[in-house]
Ligand binder design. Structure first.
Ligand code: NAI
Length: 338
C-alpha cells in the first residue's frame, strides 16, 4: 500500500467502476478550498450526498489529512485529495460541479469587500483551471466578495472562450437559510415550513429579503420588517463578531452550500421545478448580475425569475442594493480587464 492511497490520481485498490455500477448514477464534484473552515464540513456533507459518486478535495494546505479522514466514511462517493497548484488539473478534470470556498474570511470590523485584494487573485487562478480542465462544469462560487468574484469568474471564462452564464452561480443560499430561520422565529413556525426569497447580492444592503413574498403568506409590522431585514443583512457580521477573530460562518455556510449544491445536482439529473436563489448573470434589473430565484436544470440556471411585486419598503431597498452592487460588479470586471 502506498502511504496514502487516496492522494493524487486515485491509484490502487480503488474499484471505482464497481462502485459506480453498484450505486445510483452519481456526479463528480470538486471542492476547491476543501481544508478550510467551510471546506471541511462541506466535504463531509457532500460525502453523505447520494447524488455524488466522486468527490475531489483540493486545497493548498492540509488536503491529504482531510481526504484521509473523510474517505473513511462508509458512504458511496469515492474521495480523492489534491494538494497545491500542480495538482489542480487532476482535481478538476472530468468534474460536473465545482464548489469554491477558497480564500480568506472576514475578521471583526472587516467588510466583505476588504477581502477583495486576496480573494480576487485566488478566484482568478481557480477559474483559469476550470476553463482549461472542466469548462462544462457548473460552478458554485462561495468565496467573498461574491458580488465581485462572480463577475471576475465570468471575465476569466469569457477570456478563455468558455463562458456559459447558466453555469456560473454565486452562492447566496446562506442568506435564504438565515432569512427562513429568523422569519420562522418571529412567526413562531418551524423554519422548514418557511420560504423567504432573498434577492440582490451577498453583502450588507445588497442582501434584500422579500418579506412581502414569504411562504406561507403572512404579514409583518413595520417594526418586524425593519428588525428582520437588518438581522438578515447583518447575519454574517453577527457570526464574525461572535467568533472574535476566529473566522466567519463556516458550519451554517457548509449546510447552505450543500443545500444549494444538492439543488444543482438534482437539476443536472433532470428533476422538474428545482428552484433556488443565486447570484447569476441576469436581465431582471439593468445590472449584469443579480441574485434572484432561478430554475436549475440539466444545463445550470435555465430560467431566471423576475422579482415579482415589491412593496414600498422593498422598492427603496432595491435602489440602495443596486447602487452598491453596480460598484462591486464593476470592480470585479475591471480586475480582469485592466
Ligand atoms: P478558511 O480560511 O477557513 O478556509 C479557506 C481555505 O481556502 C483554506 O483552507 C485555504 O488554504 C484555502 N485556499 C487559500 N488559497 C487557496 C487557493 N489558491 N486554492 C485553493 N485553496 C485555497 O475560510 P472559510 O471560513 O472557509 O471561508 C472561505 C471563503 O468563503 C471566504 O472568502 C469567506 O468570506 C467566504 N464565505 C462566503 C459565504 C457566502 O455566503 N457566500 C459565507 C461565509 C463565508
Amino acid at each position: 500500500y502506498p502511504s496514502n492511497p487516496k492522494m493524487g490520481d486515485g491509484s490502487i485498490l480503488e474499484r471505482t467502476n464497481c462502485r459506480a455500477k453498484g450505486g445510483a448514477p452519481g456526479f463528480k464534484v470538486a471542492i476547491l478550498g476543501a481544508a478550510g473552515g467551510i471546506g471541511q464540513p462541506l466535504a463531509m456533507l457532500m460525502k453523505m450526498n447520494p447524488l455524488v459518486s466522486v468527490l475531489h478535495l483540493y486545497d493548498v494546505v492540509n488536503a491529504p489529512g482531510v481526504t484521509a479522514d473523510i474517505s473513511h466514511m462508509d458512504t458511496g462517493a469515492v474521495v480523492r485529495g489534491f494538494l497545491g497548484q500542480s495538482q489542480l488539473e487532476g482535481a478538476l478534470t472530468g468534474m460536473d460541479l465545482v464548489i469554491i470556498p477558497a480564500g480568506i474570511p472576514r475578521k471583526p470590523g472587516m467588510t466583505r469587500d476588504d477581502l477583495f485584494k486576496i480573494n480576487a487573485g485566488i478566484v482568478r487562478t481557480l477559474c483559469e483551471g476550470i476553463a482549461k480542465c472542466c469548462p462544462n462544469a457548473i460552478v458554485n462560487l462561495i468565496s467573498n466578495p461574491v458580488n465581485s468574484t462572480v463577475p471576475i469568474a465570468a471575465e476569466v471564462f469569457k477570456k478563455a472562450g468558455t463562458y456559459d452564464p447558466k453555469k456560473l452561480l454565486g452562492v447566496t443560499s446562506l442568506d435564504v437559510v438565515r432569512a427562513n430561520t429568523f422569519v420562522a422565529e418571529v412567526l413562531g413556525l418551524d423554519p422548514r415550513e418557511v420560504e423567504v426569497p432573498v434577492v440582490g447580492g451577498h453583502a450588507g444592503v445588497t442582501i434584500l429579503p422579500l418579506l412581502s413574498q414569504v411562504k406561507p403568506p403572512c404579514s409583518f409590522t413595520q417594526e418586524e420588517t425593519e428588525y428582520l431585514t437588518k438581522r438578515i443583512q447583518d447575519g454574517g457580521t453577527e457570526v464574525v463578531e461572535a467568533k472574535k477573530g476566529a473566522g466567519s460562518a463556516t458550519l451554517s455556510m457548509a449546510y447552505a452550500a450543500v443545500k444549494f449544491a444538492d439543488a444543482c445536482l438534482k437539476g443536472l439529473r433532470g428533476d422538474a421545478s428545482v428552484v433556488a436563489c443565486a447570484f447569476v448573470a441576469s436581465q431582471v434589473t439593468e445590472l449584469p448580475f443579480f441574485a434572484s430565484k432561478v430554475r436549475l436544470g440539466r444545463t445550470g440556471a435555465e430560467e431566471v425569475y423576475q422579482l415579482g411585486p415589491l412593496n414600498e419598503y422593498e422598492r427603496i431597498g432595491l435602489e440602495k442594493a443596486k447602487k452598491e452592487l453596480a460598484e462591486s460588479i464593476q470592480k470585479g470586471i475591471s480586475f480582469i480587464r485592466n
